[in-house]
Design a binder for this molecule. Structure first.
Ligand SMILES: Nc1ncnc2c1ncn2[C@@H]1O[C@H](COP(=O)(O)OP(=O)(O)OP(=O)(O)O)[C@@H](O)[C@H]1O
Length: 348
């Protein structure tokens, strides 16, 4: 398994501060990190059978999601063996008649409260984030995130160079960057302003080289939120990777539909409910994006039910036209961070 010495910097910036990228030459602990493998988290809004975006999503009783057609065909094929187990975890608990859509899963009552839906979403995210694959482990064995997670060293800072340099060069020049704040920021505190910062932080970019732990950070943040430990002012965390957004980059969606497609447990959340909820969108892996994020495009979107390209949904969300009170957290390797012009965020 390939290993590399940790030594990357983290940055965050917000619309209230000048975009700031800083460096931290030394992490607090001499921890080594492995390169990342494919995280299951990146696959979860895809059907585990066809590997495409879920279509007509249904869940087995163990909570795994598939396209209705895929799971039906899968069980048809294994009918001779009498096997109706979950293709993902092997659990044999429910027949196909018991498959549930996200809305059916709580439609015993027609008027399910928002809280109930959100609780279900938390359970789903907890399940998704509590186990991780370490490094490039190809055996598929998964470990509890909480047992291996080591506190990361994130600081807020500023660098004019960050948008032009290659990530290797950035490491070399890291020590030349000026940190705005020396104090390390726990990933759970990524939206918490320092005492001298008057206005709340809405958009954060975490910038770090390959394998430094960006995905682990968003998973830890999400897990702590889903377990009710941190950031409970956020009512909905929407965890998305650019890798999965690539799958629908040529399609038209509304923001609401995007939520429903990638987080089927939120299918009962309406536009009205979104408006009164504190949302946090996490977009992991900007460096893997194949979207054309055009911040100069003047198409203004402010309605979460209005269909548009995924790129336009994102640019409008980041600029604060769509759901202006929603928090946005983007992670990126340094070489790709320039896809989001700081000026757009600053004026958002
Ligand atoms: N906080 C952490 N605690 C323990 N191990 C970690 C931590 N962060 C990262 N690792 C280790 O490093 C590997 C890579 O981490 P991760 O996938 O989060 O990196 P990344 O910055 O998202 O990389 P990439 O840019 O390649 O997507 C993990 O699989 C894990 O083995």
């Amino acid at each position: 398994m390939e290993e590399e010495e940790e030594g990357a910097e983290r940055s965050r910036w917000s619309q209230e501060e000048p975009p700031c990228f800083s460096s931290d030459p030394e992490p607090p602990k001499g921890r080594k990190r492995k390169r990342s493998g494919v995280c299951e988290e990146e696959q979860l809004s895809c059907c585990a059978l066809c590997q495409d975006v879920l279509k007509d999503p249904v869940s087995t009783s163990c909570g795994h999601w598939f396209c209705r057609q895929c799971i039906s065909s899968y069980w048809d094929q294994s009918a001779s063996s009498g096997d109706s187990s979950c293709p993902q975890c092997g659990e044999r608990s429910r027949s196909r008649a018991g498959l549930q859509t996200a809305s059916q899963s709580s439609c015993v009552q027609t008027d399910v409260g928002l809280q109930e839906v959100l609780d279900e979403h938390k359970i789903s995210l907890r399940r998704r984030c509590e186990r991780v694959t370490e490094g490039s482990d190809e055996t598929g064995s998964r470990t509890l995130l909480n047992t291996i997670y080591t506190e990361l060293y994130i600081t807020e800072g500023q660098s004019e160079e960050v948008h032009t340099q290659h990530e290797v060069r950035q490491l070399e020049t890291a020590s030349k960057m000026d940190a705005l704040h020396d104090a390390p920021i726990r990933c759970q505190d990524i939206f918490k302003a320092f005492p001298d910062q008057q206005r709340p932080i809405r958009v954060v970019l975490t910038n770090g080289v390959a394998g430094v732990g960006k995905t682990f950070s968003v998973q830890k943040f999400t897990l702590d939120w889903a377990e009710g430990l941190e950031n409970q002012h956020v009512s909905v965390v929407v965890l998305l990777s650019f890798r999965e957004l690539n799958l629908i980059r040529d399609e038209q969606y509304s923001l609401l539909e995007l939520l429903h497609v990638f987080h089927p447990t939120l299918q009962k959340v309406t536009a009205e409910k979104l408006a009164v909820s504190q949302l946090l969108f996490i977009f992991d892996g900007l460096d893997e994006s194949r979207l054309s994020l055009d911040f100069t495009n003047r198409k203004l979107l402010s309605d979460v039910t209005q269909k548009s390209s995924v790129s336009q949904l994102l640019t409008n969300l980041i600029q604060g036209n769509l759901l202006p009170s929603a928090l946005v957290w983007i992670t990126s390797r340094p070489a790709a961070a320039n896809q989001i012009p700081p000026t757009c965020v600053l004026t958002g």
